[in-house]
Design a binder for this molecule. Structure first.
Ligand SMILES: *Cc1c(COP(=O)(O)O)cnc(C)c1O
Length: 506
């Protein structure tokens, strides 16, 4: 038997109490099938409030825009639409997301349109008075053209910058600066050249701010980018433009694994296994990007940092507090001095602890080879819970059918079986359809009919990669709410943030 290497999830209330409601979860899957996504709309509103409290602590004004792409749900978007309009907006990255946000109750003035846009998306965004986050000089021309041609009102626009310099490679010659390449936005070195176009189109498009979104966990890099936005805004103001908001995008992160030690032990063991110093931790010795080159581990593990000491609102707090490299003052101070608003676009972190994905255990069998390991086949596939796709490694929780087999305190009772290593396989006839490519340790061997609950999947994991291959069902999504001691549920599309007889309340 391998020593169990757990990566147990961080679960907080109310998600923790939902996970404890085994009969309720089983009745949902019995009725609606496996896989099933369960969302907690109250939790997303609570997260928005936590981000807002960071604003308050730094005395900053501005909005929290939910990056819709993290989850397709209507319940989450409707719940956020019910929050203070001055405090909470939504960031949409496609025509359909824009239509959805409008239908969920967001007025145009609370919507930010990001990403590269097709003409229909641009037109509708301009028509409803959304703020357009301009991705390129061409988009500015296109937007100005649409406004004039169709007699639309002047559109608020941000310019998205990219290609900020970042410290890299501490070589002998000091710190080298590299620009992180991005497909999106306007390289900061080309931004000045955009000013004449902004002036020329000022009757149709009003520059209201400057934006970035960096796909990194590096907080210093983001501080530097924020400062460069403020400096560019100073230049714009000197030219008579009036930008007043800095949009620092998303990427505040989520801590998936509860315990730092478990994360540390697992990643260390992965390196040891890659070097052959211990049995593989993964299906067919998959290395998550690491390889053995003559006895040395090479490559970078393509893993999301599973345990994070600071994430979400705490990360925003840190970002606002670190000194900026040129002006020497923290971003919060720079924003206050300039009277700039702060916009953020959290996706993953705004839906932290907002949901889980359930799958029924269909089959349990030994992998053979006398390894003591098992293959557990689930009523879902890798597209239904794309944690691996995003490099997120975290254990599912066992939700037993029937009587709980565990005593109070979580220790297995005698005869309840031992911790066991399993590979989780999906419902496709495809070798690659593994829910996890690593050996997952569970406190006991699951039985057919048990459920596995993947906690904290609302950000990108539950529906971003879901598909209809082999005509397997795509998960239904339900919204749940605790009322007194019991749980109530409705289909995601039936959820509205109002109280009415038989309905759920906000
Ligand atoms: C994806 C995206 C976000 C959200 O990023 P998270 O990492 O989920 O917070 C925000 N803004 C833009 C422009 C994005 O593309």
């Amino acid at each position: 038997m391998d020593v169990p290497l757990y990566l147990r999830p961080r679960v907080e209330s109310p998600l923790a109490s939902l996970l404890g409601a085994a009969p309720f979860l089983h009745s949902l899957v019995d009725a609606l099938g496996s896989p099933l996504n369960v969302l907690l709309p109250e939790a997303v509103a609570e997260n928005a409030r936590r981000f807002r409290s960071v604003y308050r602590r730094h005395r900053l004004a501005g909005r929290v825009y939910f990056a819709h792409k993290a989850n397709r749900s209507s319940a989450l978007v409707r719940r956020l639409a019910a929050e203070d309009p001055a405090a909470v907006g939504v960031d949409v990255a496609s025509l359909e997301e824009l239509r959805h946000a409008l239908s969920c109750g967001f007025t145009g003035d609370r919507i930010m349109a990001t990403g590269p846009k097709d003409p229909e998306f641009l037109w509708l965004a301009a028509r409803v008075g959304a703020t357009v986050n301009l991705d390129s000089p061409g988009e500015l021309e296109q937007l100005a053209g649409l406004v004039r041609r169709y007699g639309l009102g002047r559109v608020d626009a941000l310019v998205r910058l990219s290609g900020f310099e970042s410290a890299a490679g501490r070589g002998g010659a000091g710190t080298r600066l590299l620009a992180r390449r991005s497909r999106f936005g306007i390289p900061v070195r080309d931004a000045r050249a955009l000013v004449p176009a902004l002036e020329r189109h000022a009757d149709a498009v009003e520059l209201t701010g400057v934006a970035y979104h960096l796909d990194t966990t590096g907080v210093e890099e983001k501080v530097r980018a924020l400062e460069q936005c403020v400096l560019f805004m100073d230049e714009c103001r000197a030219r008579g433009l009036t930008p007043r908001a800095v949009d620092i995008g998303g990427g505040f992160g989520v801590g998936y694994v509860a315990d730092a030690g478990e994360w540390e032990r697992w990643t260390t063991a992965l390196s040891e296994a890659v070097l052959g110093g211990r049995p593989p931790l993964t299906w067919r010795g998959h290395g998550y990007g690491l390889r053995n080159e003559g006895g040395t581990v090479r490559g970078t593990a393509a893993l999301y940092p599973g345990h994070r000491p600071t994430a979400g609102p705490g990360y925003l707090d840190e970002l606002l507090s670190l000194p900026a490299p040129v002006l020497g003052r923290p971003p919060a101070t720079l924003l206050l001095e300039h009277l700039h608003d702060l916009y953020i676009e959290p996706g993953r972190s705004l839906v932290d602890q907002c949901g889980l994905s359930l799958a029924r255990v269909l089959e349990v069998r030994p992998t053979g080879e006398d390894s003591g390991q098992y293959l557990v086949r689930l009523g879902m596939n890798a597209g239904d819970v794309s944690l691996e796709e995003h490099g997120v490694l975290v254990d599912p929780l066992l939700v037993p059918r029937g009587e709980p087999e565990k005593a109070e305190g979580g220790e297995p009772e005698k005869g309840d079986g031992e911790p066991v290593g399993v590979f989780l396989a999906g419902n496709l006839c495809l070798e690659a359809d593994l829910i996890t490519r690593r050996l997952v340790f569970l406190p006991r061997l699951p039985r057919t009919g048990d459920l596995l609950a993947f906690a904290n999947t609302a950000g990108y994991a539950m529906d971003f990669h879901a598909h209809h291959a082999q005509r397997q069902p795509v998960a239904r999504t339900v919204a749940v709410e605790q009322e007194g001691g019991s749980w109530r549920w409705c289909l995601d599309e039936e959820y509205w943030p109002i109280t009415h007889p038989g309905g759920m309340s906000a």
